[in-house]
Design a protein around this ligand. Structure first.
Ligand code: BGC
Length: 366
């Protein structure tokens, strides 16, 4: 567990963002959908609810600690809940935050399509709803979205996979397999689409070969973001397709799954392929420094929580929060006004510099 206690002070200022402008919006509309948060402000000591999903990666645990500390430091009452029991537990938690009189509810959804009733109830009660990290789908009742640019995360992963394989073997064809996250998490498809926007042209021109043929999102998904599911799928892919064929690379959407994939490959006695990741988890950063996992993504949770609390502060003062994207995230009902932070690719080559401000990770890169 990363020590986050007073590290917030060291958080680098969030600079101007270079947005990709890549289309994630179904409509391409530039309308903001009429965000309605911040009608008239509210008392500073009000309750702020934060509904987090399951502990599927370290970043959620970091977020829990940071929300608890930083909301209280800012003068609010905080109700920060995990829903390890699943979707119905998260539905009940949001309902209960509304009943307790929360003024803003921040939601990191387990399943972004299953909370419409609860966020509508929140909206009807005058609560401002912020989707955190994962988008809330098919509802009008979400006011804002704050996240790292998910499509960009996927693009960086796709490019890292290509770069890593090329550094090892200057020319293709390269044999790869592709993994995606959990289909109930709205981010999973966006990460995958971002990565495939880089990889598909290379599949088309023959540089890359998905040996198993399993290259659709549906074939690549990992239910619940669970390590054991990724490991099982990798075991099956290896035994069915890699008798004498060399596996050069694997697109993995996050670090937890990357380590599961690497465990499978090792168990099968195969050479280590280039494997991507995301989240800068401690064990993966160690693995990258040891030359095993190839890459991860730096999405500093401290900055995401800080940006979310800046939104809460604006709403508390009756002002509209700052957004920097009003076109990319169509949730099926509206284009949700968003504040997107820039993700950063990390390999062994830039890890020291990338984690210079992180008290825990910087120790691993000495
Ligand atoms: C987050 C990732 C995380 C995954 C699994 C996604 O929604 O954006 O950072 O790895 O959930 O927890």
């Amino acid at each position: 567990m990363r020590n986050v206690v007073k590290a917030m002070a060291a958080v680098a200022a969030i600079g101007t963002l270079a947005l990709t402008g890549c289309g994630r919006s179904d409509s391409g509309s530039s309308a903001s959908g009429g965000a309605s948060g911040g009608s008239g402000g509210f008392a500073k000591d009000s309750l702020i609810g934060v509904a987090l999903p399951q502990k599927t990666s370290e970043n959620w645990v970091l977020a829990e600690n940071l929300f608890n500390t930083d909301l209280k430091d800012a003068g609010y009452k905080a109700d920060v809940e995990f829903a390890n029991g699943g979707v119905s537990e998260q539905q009940n938690q949001i309902q209960s935050m509304v009943t307790k009189g929360a003024k803003v509810i921040v939601v990191g959804a387990i399943d972004g399509a299953q909370l419409s009733t609860q966020v509508k109830a929140a909206k009807d009660a005058g609560v401002t709803v912020i989707a955190y990290d994962r988008l809330l789908k098919n509802t009008n009742a979400v006011d804002y979205y704050v996240a790292y640019d998910n499509f960009k995360v996927g693009q960086l992963q796709g490019q890292a996979l290509l770069d890593g394989m090329k550094a090892k073997k200057p020319s293709g064809p390269y044999n790869i397999e592709v993994f995606a996250g959990s289909p109930d998490d709205a981010n999973a498809k966006v990460f995958f689409d971002g990565a495939m926007s880089v990889l598909q042209p290379k599949i088309d021109d023959g540089t890359l070969k998905v040996t198993s043929g399993q290259k659709s999102f549906e074939q690549a998904v990992t239910q619940g973001w669970k390590a054991e599911n990724a490991q099982k799928r990798m075991d099956t892919l290896l035994s069915a397709n890699y008798g004498s064929t060399t596996l050069d690379g694997v697109l993995s959407p996050n670090d937890t799954l990357a380590r599961a994939i690497l465990t499978s490959v090792k168990g099968a006695g195969k050479p280590t392929p280039i494997v991507t990741g995301q989240d800068s988890e401690v064990e993966s950063v160690k693995s990258i420094m040891a030359g095993v996992q190839y890459s991860t993504i730096n999405k500093d949770t401290r900055n995401l929580v800080k940006q979310t609390i800046a939104m809460v502060n604006s709403i508390q003062q009756g002002q509209k929060p700052e957004i920097n994207d009003d076109k990319s995230y169509n949730n099926g009902t509206k284009v949700v006004p968003a504040y997107l932070l820039p993700p950063q690719i990390v390999t062994k080559a830039n890890a020291k510099e990338a984690y210079a401000n992180d008290p825990t990770l910087s120790k691993l890169t000495q």
